[in-house]
Ligand binder design. Structure first.
Ligand SMILES: Nc1nc2c(ncn2[C@@H]2O[C@H](COP(=O)(O)OP(=O)(O)OP(=O)(O)O)[C@@H](O)[C@H]2O)c(=O)[nH]1
Ligand SMILES: [Mg+2]
Length: 386
């Protein structure tokens, strides 16, 4: 655990420094006003647990590599040294230990943050709407620490003092929540090749078909489809049907060589969408095969599909295991089957990856929507995208 002290003129400024300095996993331990007259000065103590197994992926590259632990071994290719794999047999033990430790840390941090609020008198001032925001977040499945942190942000927000009634405070909460969600970079034309990966049955093939319709039919961009799911005949057939209806060419790639041939054949395509087979929970070979396939093929934008109805530890394990492949964006599926969306916040915050699309039903091509932090914040807080 690394603990650091910050002085800043506002909590937002301090939070920014903490995020830059300690990374997105940092937690606030305490806040104190050092000077209340202008210019204001506040002190924030923040900490980050450096004892976690090494993070991977672009969003957390700033973090230093913690020492190797028993049960972990480095990948043998040095350029991928940030990806670590855990030896098969060790997975359940390490994971349950880590989850327990994380839960305890969360409870402790949540309590400390709350005690801190109480010290500042938030419970004495009759701020029921604030309590309601906190409860709503928790009821929606947001972790206590993140919920408490959002309340802390509301308390410090200049709009809070002038807010009249619950709705205005909910609006501030929604706005602040949107401000902390990762936002997707502008579509810069990068990402010509987009691969869709994720657990079995999460909706990859259906989503690829929806995306194909979006690019090929709506945006009139020349689109090609590749499926690497050759394990099941039905899987190829499923995509073939969509491809035929939309008039989009489909190539089947069984191995890295096949993938290269398919890409060569699609030299004239502006967008190439790649469907992949579902990954059973603990199949490390699966990710190795995908990585081989995508390696040296230029930029493949990897979209990890997740269904927020999945149990929290399942989501956590999934996002963690996919670090071995690396992914750029998240795509949440089957929102129509979910009641609450705190898990969306937890996953976005924990991975630091943005989400640009969500799917909302089985209908191809209708049930897909582009989203940004504002819609997602509304979803997390109010259970609706609009
Ligand atoms: N309710 C709902 N169902 C969906 C959505 N997206 C996909 N489905 C359904 O989920 C089931 C699985 O969808 P697929 O697209 O085949 O999933 P997959 O990830 O390709 O599955 P595998 O290739 O077997 O791993 C199908 O019945 C889809 O119609 C969605 O947004 N909402
Ligand atoms: Mg499929």
């Amino acid at each position: 655990m690394q603990v650091k002290r910050y002085e800043a003129a506002s909590i937002q400024e301090a939070l920014q420094s903490i995020k830059n300095d300690l990374g997105p996993e940092a937690v606030v331990l305490s806040t104190k006003t050092l000077r209340n007259t202008k210019p204001r000065l506040i002190e924030v103590i923040a900490a980050v647990d450096r004892g976690d197994p090494p993070p991977a992926g672009r969003a957390r590259l700033e973090r230093t590599e913690p020492p190797k632990r028993p049960g972990e071994e480095k990948e043998d290719r040095p350029e991928e040294g940030r990806h670590h794999k855990v030896q098969r047999g060790a997975i359940p033990d390490l994971d349950s230990y880590k989850d327990l430790r994380e839960d305890l840390a969360q409870i402790k941090e949540g309590m400390e943050t709350l005690l801190d609020f109480m010290g500042q008198g938030w419970s004495k001032t009759g701020d029921e709407p604030l309590v309601k925001v906190y409860r709503t977040l928790i009821d929606n499945g947001v972790g206590k620490t993140r919920a408490a942190r959002l309340v802390a942000m509301i308390l410090k927000d200049p709009r809070f003092a002038g807010a009249k009634g619950g709705e205005e405070i909910f609006a501030i909460a929604e706005d602040l929540l949107a401000s902390v969600l990762p936002s997707p970079p502008k579509d810069t034309g990068r990402g010509r090749i987009k691969a869709f990966v994720g657990p079995t049955g999460v909706g990859k093939t259906t989503t690829v078909a929806k995306m194909a319709a979006r690019y090929h039919l709506n945006e009139k961009r020349k689109t090609g489809l590749i499926t690497t799911d050759t394990f099941r005949i039905a899987a190829v057939e499923q995509l073939k049907v969509y491809a035929r209806i939309m008039g989009v060419p489909l190539a089947v790639a069984e191995d890295p060589e096949g993938f290269r041939r398919a890409l060569d054949g699609f030299a004239d395509r502006e967008i190439i969408l790649v469907d992949t087979p579902g990954k059973p929970l603990r199949d490390g070979d699966h990710l190795r095969r995908l990585r081989e396939m995508f390696r040296d093929r230029g930029a493949v934008d990897v979209h990890l599909l997740l269904c927020p109805t999945a149990a929290r530890d399942h989501l956590r394990e999934t996002t963690r295991s996919y670090e071995a492949l690396g992914y750029d964006e998240l795509l949440f599926t089957k929102l129509d089957e979910c009641r609450t969306f705190g898990a969306v916040f937890e996953v976005l915050a924990a991975t630091g990856r943005p989400a640009r699309y969500v799917t909302t039903g089985q209908d191809v091509p209708r049930d897909i929507e582009a989203v940004g932090p504002a819609n997602l914040a509304r979803l997390i807080l109010r259970n609706t995208l609009h």
